[in-house]
Design a protein around this ligand. Structure first.
Ligand code: NI
Length: 160
């Protein structure tokens, strides 16, 4: 078990494209385990490997209801739309309203190297899109509908 350091906005690694995993191996398994520990400790919904300084196309998600591990994920289908509050473990104190698909289908490798598909709706769909964006060097605020005002941020902090 290891808690990894989460890279913060402003570090240029967050803008780099992560590389495909050739064959999931013991190193990738260890990375997934460490990322899960790190995500749980940070209390977030998702974490991409680049956020712990590894330019690999690897993601962990935990919505509270659903836990996913994604390796070389590709979003192959989207439908509908949602406008929701969004933030990022790499962007503390920044929150915005984003427009994301309501439903997605993502194709991914498992640890065993099998190709599988998962469906996600609502929060899970948003998380899959957010984390896949990280793999291409994008951050949630790049295409946010708008960012929260200081007053709204204050309200949000009170509510948490
Ligand atoms: Ni993020």
């Amino acid at each position: 078990m290891a808690i990894l350091n989460i890279v913060k906005d402003g570090d240029e690694i967050l803008r780099k494209r992560s590389k495909e995993v050739q064959v999931p191996d013991e190193k990738i398994n260890q990375l997934l385990e460490d990322m899960k520990d790190t995500l749980a400790k940070a209390g977030g919904v998702g974490l991409a490997a680049v956020q712990v300084g590894k330019l690999k196309r690897v993601i962990v998600i935990d919505t509270g209801e659903t836990r996913l591990e994604l390796i070389n994920p590709k979003i192959i289908k989207t439908s509908g739309e949602q406008e929701e509050l969004e933030g990022c473990l790499s962007c503390p104190g920044q929150w915005g309203i984003t427009r994301r698909p309501m439903k997605v289908v993502v194709e991914t490798l498992t640890r065993e190297g099998k190709t599988v598909r998962y469906r996600g709706e609502e929060l899970l769909a948003k998380a899959i899109c957010h984390e896949c964006d990280h793999l291409d060097g994008k951050l949630f605020y790049d295409n946010a509908v708008r960012m929260l005002t200081p007053e709204e941020l204050e309200e949000l902090e009170k509510a948490q």
